[in-house]
Every structure is written in structure tokens, then in C-alpha cells.
Ligand binder design. Structure first.
Ligand SMILES: [Zn+2]
Length: 84
């Protein structure tokens, strides 16, 4: 076999740091359940709008909580929970 070229295998370092975490589409926010006093962390879908209002059962005591989400113009989510 003629014309075989030797390939140089570059041992390049594949270490890319991901600094884009601040711009992810999802955030987490926490509320304190009125019923059991536990701090519940829920994922916030930032694409759902700047103001979100929904009811979710507490994963600890199953008490329904009304959650209100407000998202700042700079993308920070604020969560308030109150009894249904
Ligand atoms: Zn609870």
C-alpha cells in the first residue's frame, strides 16, 4: 500500500468550562409551606411568562399551595406561596 499518510493525533485538551449557567432557561425558587413549614424548592420555567400563578400540592404534606411567580427583567424569579 502506497501513499499512506501518518495521521498526527492531537492530544488536545477537551476541557470546556460551562459558564452559561446564569443564562439557562430554568431557575429554581423556594417557598415555605404554610401547612408543614418545610421549604419547598420548585423549578421555575422562565419561558412561562413574567407572572405565573398556579396551584401545586406540597410534596411533603400534600397540602395545595397557590404559587405566584414574578420574574424580574434581569431574569431572577421570586416565588410566593400561600394557602389555597
Ligand atoms: Zn407542606
Amino acid at each position: 500500500m502506497a501513499g499512506m499518510k501518518k495521521r498526527r493525533t492531537k492530544s488536545s485538551k477537551k476541557r470546556k468550562r460551562r459558564l452559561a449557567a446564569a443564562r439557562s432557561a430554568h431557575q429554581e425558587a423556594a417557598y415555605v409551606c404554610d401547612s408543614c413549614g418545610e421549604e419547598i424548592i420548585v423549578p421555575i420555567d422562565l419561558s412561562g411568562g413574567a407572572h405565573q400563578d398556579y396551584v401545586e400540592d406540597c410534596p411533603v404534606c400534600c397540602h395545595p399551595m397557590r404559587l405566584r411567580v414574578d420574574i424580574d427583567p434581569d431574569g431572577e424569579a421570586h416565588l410566593a406561596g400561600e394557602h389555597e
